[in-house]
Design a binder for this molecule. Structure first.
Ligand code: FO1
Length: 316
């Protein structure tokens, strides 16, 4: 059967990852997750995208926010808000246990992949979720208001500053997770799926790791992306806003161009079917379907369509 590799960010990507995990067995899927958003906060190690994917697959994610745990309470946040400037990043009372466990494990010398496996086991997740790297790569947003660490830009400032560029600090030293890197070079690799995550903030950190982009260019497996853009807007988060700030129209065509050096197929929403011919002219196949995942059924349906589309493609 072979294994499908999916590259994934936070909330938007996790929905498709969940759908894929309902369609593929644990040995048929590897989910490689962005860690460029990770940071140390209040003495804890926070890995927001890993947590979001983990909580989503475990069925315990908050359905409205997409991040954090369902049924959360916020007494810790209330208590810490007495102290100036410490309450901008919301850590729920039960979510804290995850960050504490991770921080302790990393302090005793465990790697991030090892801790992630322990957390996944504790949450009863059979599918394999790996951090893109165990090394400390950090996404930095260069804006009109200066250079900002990722969570300052994203959460503290609500993505308001105008993005001029994105940089990945320590990328030269970072190595991709060994399981992820090995699968990219394995003949058993059946397809690569880029989740509908933000290309600049969530997928680019993964692509920036040594060897990943060149492996995607040379793999024999089809590479398919689900576009995060629907009707000129992002499904979730600031992708469309950033595209405009970087002088790129917020369109599926721009997404196809952004990934064109390795992409075989792009999945776009029914409402955007008029964009299909221009993308096909670039030599990239297009599948038009419903990409807005509102219900669990939508996630499974999009996962099934994505896999069928990918398995039917032959590499250029
Ligand atoms: N996102 C927010 O918009 N506000 C928050 O206060 C916040 C807290 C938070 C805590 C734990 C966690 O795992 C994720 C959290 N997120 C929060 C989400 C997260 O920071 C972003 O969605 C990602 O980094 C972007 O993918």
């Amino acid at each position: 059967m072979g294994t499908v590799l999916t590259l994934c960010g936070g909330v938007g990507g996790a929905k498709l990852a969940l759908g894929l995990s309902r369609v593929l067995r644990p040995d048929e899927l590897l989910i490689a997750v962005n860690t460029g958003d990770d940071f140390r906060h209040l003495g804890l190690h926070i890995s927001p995208d890993l947590d979001t994917v983990m909580y989503t697959l475990a069925g315990v994610a908050d359905p409205e926010r997409g991040w954090g745990l369902a049924g959360e309470t916020w007494q810790f946040m209330e208590a810490i808000s007495r102290f100036e400037g410490l309450d901008w990043f919301k850590l729920g009372d039960t979510d804290l246990a995850t960050h504490l466990y991770r921080a302790r494990a990393l302090e005793r010398g465990a790697g991030l992949a090892e801790v992630t496996k322990e957390l996944c086991d504790a949450f009863g997740i059979a599918h394999r979720i790996v951090p893109m790297t165990d090394d400390p790569l950090q996404t930095v947003i260069i804006t009109g208001e200066g250079e900002l660490p990722f969570q300052d830009y994203f959460v503290r400032l609500g993505c308001r500053p105008r993005v001029q560029a994105v940089r990945f600090d320590w990328v030269e030293m970072a190595r991709p997770n060994p399981e992820f890197a090995a699968l990219l070079n394995n003949r058993e690799l059946r397809a690569v799926i880029l989740c509908p995550s933000n290309p600049f903030l969530s997928i680019d950190p993964i692509l920036s790791l040594e060897g990943v982009r060149t492996d995607l260019q040379s793999t024999r497996a089809p590479v398919v992306a689900v576009s995060p853009i629907v009707g000129g807007k992002a499904l979730k988060g600031p992708a469309a806003k950033i595209m405009e700030e970087l002088d790129m129209p917020a369109s599926n065509l721009s997404i196809a161009e952004y990934y064109r050096d390795f992409l075989d197929g792009l999945i776009i929403d029914n409402g955007d079917r008029h964009e299909a011919p221009a993308i096909r002219e670039m030599g990239i196949e297009v599948k038009v379907t419903n990409t807005v995942m509102r219900s669990p059924q939508d996630r499974i349906a999009l996962a099934e369509t994505t896999l069928q589309f990918a398995f039917g493609l032959i590499r250029r």
